[in-house]
Design a binder for this molecule. Structure first.
Ligand code: 13P
Length: 246
């Protein structure tokens, strides 16, 4: 099974969402691919009503607090009113543009677990960190700090998203992706004592490069930004990986 998850970011209006649903429903889905979409909060309910049979529906962020004086925030508990399957946490755009820290991300993961929402923890190095040979050090720090002291008996995923590959058209080589994801799994097993976590790759994935980039034996799928905005393109990423078609 491969996991192809999309992240719409701050894109689409209700009209776009309705067309997306129509287009998604027209497509034949490959049997051995699990699709998921992280949508803006406002479209969670509509997407769930219309597509939850074909696709996991989740969100892109969640509050680190349970409730209270945090104007503009949405708590994990509120999300349970709309049956939300998962939430991204610690996306690099949140870390960089909203100055989210590993400690806040740690609390967000805990909130997700407490409310039955699967967290997808995003980690990845910047261009400078890569050039300085610090990729593995960065990954290990992010993983250990974000997962510190959390009871990890429930399911979660990790997305390896090198910051320099997001929205740039640049990607690591398939070997770099495999090596870094294998390393993430090693840290999870050795430092966090957690085996069997699915790890996705994210950064400039499209239907053309998916098969090559996601070929590594440690790579469980992709987290797709730009190419997830079009339903056909998004589904094609999974089709191009899969052998069995429905
Ligand atoms: P792109 O696929 O547009 O590079 O974005 C990746 C991403 O940030 C997914 O979370």
């Amino acid at each position: 099974m491969k996991y192809i998850f999309g992240n719409w970011k701050e894109n689409h209006t209700m009209n776009d969402v309705l067309s997306y649903i129509k287009e998604f429903k027209k497509q034949k889905l490959p049997l051995d691919v699990c699709y998921g979409l992280a949508v803006p909060y406002l479209y969670l309910q509509k997407m769930n009503q219309k597509l939850s049979k074909k696709c996991k529906i989740g969100v892109q962020n969640v509050s680190f607090s349970e409730k209270g004086e945090f104007t503009g925030e949405i708590s994990a508990k509120m999300l349970t009113d709309f049956s939300c399957d998962f939430s991204l946490v610690g996306h690099s755009e949140r870390r960089q543009k909203f100055k989210e820290t590993n400690e806040e991300i740690n609390k967000k993961i805990e909130m997700c677990f407490n409310n039955g929402i699967m967290p997808i923890l995003c980690v990845g190095e910047t261009k400078e960190e890569k050039e300085e040979g610090k990729t593995k050090k960065v990954l290990k720090t992010q993983l250990t700090k974000c997962l510190k002291d959390i009871n990890l008996s429930k399911q979660f995923m990790v997305a390896y998203e090198p910051v320099w590959a997001i929205g740039t058209g640049l990607t690591p080589t398939p070997k770099e992706i495999e090596d870094n994801i294998a390393y993430i799994k090693k840290v999870l097993e050795e430092n966090i004592k957690k085996v069997g976590v699915c790890v996705l790759y994210g950064g400039s994935v499209n239907p053309q490069n998916a098969k090559e980039l996601l070929n590594g034996k440690s790579v469980d799928g992709a987290l797709v930004g730009g190419a997830s905005l079009n339903a056909k393109k998004f589904i094609d990423i999974g089709k191009n990986l899969a052998n069995v078609r429905r």
